[in-house]
Design a protein around this ligand. Structure first.
Ligand SMILES: Nc1ncnc2c1ncn2[C@@H]1O[C@H](COP(=O)(O)OP(=O)(O)OP(=O)(O)O)[C@@H](O)[C@H]1O
Ligand SMILES: [Mg+2]
Length: 397
């Protein structure tokens, strides 16, 4: 069928033609926005899940929802090579400009700029050539203590108060939160704790790979009380059917029941794969319905495409010892994968595989769901490892 009209949307953050199975989280978002605007306590949201399950799509949707609820929003993406301060300052500055343009009197926006200036002076962010309101002096004694936790809190509160004065509220959405350092994550959590105590209108929504197990001590206890952790997972069979059937309906096209079953089996309900199989099966069919045969015909093509892109980009960033580690992981088919078992498969000691394991966690390839256990962050990655490295080689650092 016409590839130009193909409704499916495989790609990082591409909005799916039908966003299925996430209505609970969107409802939670609506309640959170409404309650915080009314100065009522409500838990912020942290969406965690594996690669390609639709966290970014959901975060974008939650941003739209916030705008609909009259919030001013900023959306940032944490990265390994930038600090939280660096990614946060430019959009916060823009946000203050937006607040400044809103009708109303008062001095809180101006104060927001002054506090932001102090914050920048201390964290020594180079925000390109931009100036933070040239005529504004830093506010001495605010957000300039050098203690990131305390300074971030002061900054957030100043910005939230500026929004409040302009009769609006703020939503800060952060993608890829697992790339924040422990110190940054704790600072965010503590800042949100103070925000809740003072009932200021600022909401934080984060998305990323599972992080709760990585948190420790005070940050962990606060996080559990302040945030609702929503696990974004694979879609149910019913939702996979909807995700495929609904978008094609308006072209008078249908998938047969067997075709849907096959896609569910192959994708295990992972949204990114569902979009890929939907996309290729549409192209393989010449007319409706899209049948099991069309799906089967497309499968080698889809796998090839995934191997060349989705999986490959991740594989190419790995050193030989990291590749061996993941290849050994693929040998263990149970959910629980212990580091000691992986080391044994490679004829190495736990100590020898330690550095590769640590780097793989840092690169976001594996995570530790429970103490001692590790798991792939990319669904179906084990199968890919077997395809790309048919023979297991044990290479250590
Ligand atoms: N609820 C959904 N229903 C159907 N398709 C979805 C859904 N959520 C996401 N998708 C599709 O899945 C793909 C991946 O989505 P997205 O990039 O948001 O995932 P992610 O969890 O952010 O992945 P990563 O961890 O790699 O950043 C996109 O092609 C998107 O269209
Ligand atoms: Mg994403």
């Amino acid at each position: 069928m016409d590839p130009i009209q193909n409704p499916f949307a495989p790609g990082a953050g591409s909005p799916p033609p039908a966003l299925v199975g996430r209505s609970d989280i969107l409802n939670q978002g609506t309640i959170l926005y409404a309650r915080v605007k009314q100065h009522r306590a409500e838990k912020n949201l942290l969406l965690t899940g594996l690669r390609g399950v639709g966290k970014t799509v959901l975060l974008n949707e939650l941003e739209r929802l916030a705008e609909f609820c009259d919030y001013k929003t900023i959306m940032i993406e944490a990265t390994v090579d930038k600090t939280l301060g660096e990614v946060l300052v430019p959009p916060l500055r823009q946000l203050l400009y937006k607040l400044d343009k809103l009708a109303g009197t008062g001095h809180k926006v101006r104060r927001g700029f002054a506090v932001l200036r102090s914050f920048i002076n201390v964290i020594k962010v180079k925000v390109g050539e931009i100036e933070i309101g040239l005529d504004i002096e830093p506010e001495k004694g605010s957000a300039d203590s050098g203690n990131f936790e305390a300074d971030l809190t002061t900054l957030f509160i100043a910005v939230a108060e500026a929004a409040e004065e302009k009769n609006t509220a703020i939503a800060i959405l952060i993608d890829e939160i697992q790339y924040l350092s422990n110190k940054e994550l704790s600072a965010l959590i503590i800042a949100m704790h103070r925000m809740q105590q003072r009932q200021r209108p600022l909401v934080l929504i984060g998305a990323g790979l599972p992080i709760l197990p990585a948190l420790t001590g005070e940050a962990k206890t606060y996080a559990e009380r302040l945030f609702q952790f929503s696990d974004i997972g694979a879609l149910s069979k019913e939702d996979v059917c909807k995700a495929l059937q609904e978008p094609v309906k308006k072209y008078d096209v249908k998938f047969t029941k067997e075709a849907l079953e096959e896609i569910f089996l192959l994708t295990e309900g992972y949204p990114y794969f569902v979009q890929e199989w939907g996309y290729k099966s549409w192209n393989a069919a010449t007319h409706s319905p899209i049948t099991l045969q069309h799906v089967q015909e497309s499968t080698p093509d889809v796998i090839h495409r995934l191997d060349q892109s989705f999986f490959r980009v991740r594989f190419d960033r790995l050193t030989p010892s990291e590749q061996s580690f993941l290849r050994a992981m693929a040998e263990i088919t149970t959910n629980s994968k212990q580091t000691s078992d992986i080391a044994a498969i490679l004829w190495l000691t736990i100590h020898q595989v330690g550095p590769a394991r640590a780097r793989l966690i840092k690169k976001g390839m594996i995570y530790s769901p429970t103490y001692g256990d590790i798991a792939f962050t990319v669904p179906l990655f084990g199968d890919f490892m077997k395809r790309v490295m048919p023979i297991l080689k044990n290479r250590s650092d």
